[in-house]
Design a protein around this ligand. Sequence first.
Ligand code: TYM
Length: 351
Amino acid sequence: KPLVFSGVQPTGNLHLGNYLGAIRKFVSLQNEHDCIYCVVDMHSITAQLVHEDLASQTRSITAAYLACGIDPTKHIVFNQSRVMQHAELAWIFNCVARIGWMNRMTQFKDKAGKDRENASLGLLAYPSLMAADILLYRATHVPVGDDQKQHIELTRDIAIKFNNDFSHRIADLGIGVELMMGEEKVNGFFPLTEPMIEGPATRVMSLRDGSKKMSKSDPSDLSRINLTDDADTISKKIRKARTDPEALPSELAGLKDRPEADNLIGIYAALSDQTREAVITEYGGQQFSVFKPALADLAVEKLAPIASEMRRIQADTAYVDAVLKDGGERARTIAEGTMKQVRQIIGFLQD
Ligand code: TYM
């Protein structure tokens, strides 16, 4: 049975990229699937251990999930550190995965920078914890932005190696399920998770530089639209977004080598639920002086209500905490079911 899992780190400002690349998809998937949405607070300490606003940031991401429309009574919303099985399975995956796999991760290379020897060991092992998040629930589908693709591929590699290393134990215990590996049917314990990276905004770029991803950590606030920005701020940031002086092309091919224009078209398409082709058909030949105000109106219409709903929910700390506690309890039940079997497969003695 398909199960959706995804997570967001409680660091910095949630922005339009997080919304279009991930959270909006979380919302649309909940009508047809069982979903688990996590605030990955343990991941957020890999880059910065001392994190004075961790609790408020965790509540803020939770409020964003709820403000965007995730229903915590039908699905599970919780913070990762509440369910200690994430750390337990991550440890086991640290022993399954190879150091070389971790060293090749582009996110590690970017975040560690030049001084890799001084990065935390947690930053290197980050993808192991991410694989544990997903596989603890044996999730089959993970909606994410394009930047997480490599981590999901690594999650599959870990599942494949675990299934393979323990194939006899899994068969002896009779707890495997049939999995398709390409054309071949194999018996395994962990599923091979599929990333869901679709639509016109899987990689939203900075509004100041079309070659850089929109990111929580960019020092320029003008580079991103935060989910908490009010209508005036959203309009101002779009007005100031960097562009080239040409009119919009009348075909998609004309966006090649025009990364800023390409980005704004993708954002418009995603916010209006249209294809990029449809947007080019409507605005091809127009100047940015026409397109930018239209984009600003659209963004305000879609995003401003989320900001005010987020503020309303966030003010009710008791409610947010109750959602996380209840979600944590439900997540823990599933996670412990998986871990009982994993401990058995490995040969750890348990009660
Ligand atoms: P994080 O917190 O950096 O980002 C959360 C989600 O937002 C997406 N995203 C973007 N999408 C489009 N354009 C952008 N500019 C952009 N920036 C961010 C990310 O792809 C992500 O989907 N490692 C993850 C968190 C995580 C996770 C997991 C995700 C931990 N465990 C298990 C899925 C499943 C991360 O750092 O996301």
